[in-house]
Write a protein that binds this ligand. Structure first.
Ligand code: GTP
Ligand code: MG
Length: 169
C-alpha cells in the first residue's frame, strides 16, 4: 500500500511514566492491549499515522536500561519524552535524564514532545509547573511542546503526535 514517509520515533522517560501505555493508544483499537507490563530493554512497533509510517522505539525507563537510550539517538527523527505528572519526587531525575539526552552529540536537533502523562491523577502537577521543573524554557535549539495526556483514556495523545507529525511530514 501507500505507506508514505518512514520516521523513527524514540520514546523515553522514567520507568512507570506511561510510555508503553501511550504507544498502545496509537494503535488501531483491536490491536491495543488492555494491560501493559514494564518494558524489558526496549520494543519496536510500526504504526501508521496519517501519511507517515512511524517506527516507534519504546525504551525501558528502568535505571539499569537507560543506557540503552543513546543507542538510538543517531537514527531518531523525533523524541517523545513521557513524564508522570504525579511523580513529584522524581521530577528532578526526569530533568537530569532529559538534559543528559539533549546534550548527547548523537541526537540531532529533532522535535521533542513532552507528555505530561497521568493528568487524571488528583496529585498531578499542572503542565506549566512540570515545564518549569524540567527547565523546558532552556531548550532553544529545537522545537518542543508539552502536552497533558492520559495514557489510559488516550486523551491528549493524538494532539502530541499530530504536533510531531506536522514537523516530520
Ligand atoms: P517502563 O516500561 O518500565 O519504562 O514503564 P512505562 O513508561 O512504559 O509505563 P507503562 O506504560 O508500563 O505504565 C506504567 C503504569 O502506569 C501502568 O500501570 C499504566 O496502566 C499506568 N498509566 C499509564 N498512563 C496512565 C495515565 O495516564 N493515568 C494513570 N492513572 N495511569 C497510567
Ligand atoms: Mg514500557
Amino acid at each position: 500500500g501507500v505507506s508514505g514517509k518512514k520516521v523513527n520515533v524514540l520514546v523515553v522517560g522514567l520507568d512507570n511514566s506511561g510510555k508503553t501505555t501511550i504507544i498502545e493508544r496509537l494503535k488501531p483499537r483491536p490491536k491495543q492491549s488492555a494491560e501493559v507490563a514494564p518494558t524489558v530493554g526496549f520494543s519496536v512497533d510500526e504504526l501508521q499515522k496519517g501519511s507517515l509510517t512511524f517506527t516507534v522505539f519504546d525504551m525501558s525507563g528502568a535505571g539499569r536500561y537507560r543506557t540503552l537510550w543513546e543507542q538510538y539517538y543517531r537514527e531518531a527523527d523525533a523524541v517523545i519524552f513521557v513524564v508522570d505528572s504525579a511523580d513529584k519526587l522524581r521530577m528532578v531525575v526526569a530533568r537530569d535524564e532529559m538534559e543528559h539526552m539533549l546534550a548527547h552529540p548523537n541526537l540531532r536537533k529533532v522535535p521533542v514532545v513532552f507528555f505530561a502523562n497521568k493528568k487524571d491523577l488528583p496529585v498531578a502537577m499542572p503542565p506549566v509547573e512540570i515545564a518549569q521543573a524540567l527547565g523546558l524554557d532552556n531548550i532553544k535549539d529545537r522545537p518542543w511542546q508539552i502536552v497533558p495526556s492520559n495514557g489510559l483514556s488516550g486523551e491528549g495523545v493524538d494532539k502530541g503526535v499530530d504536533w510531531l507529525a506536522e514537523r516530520l511530514g
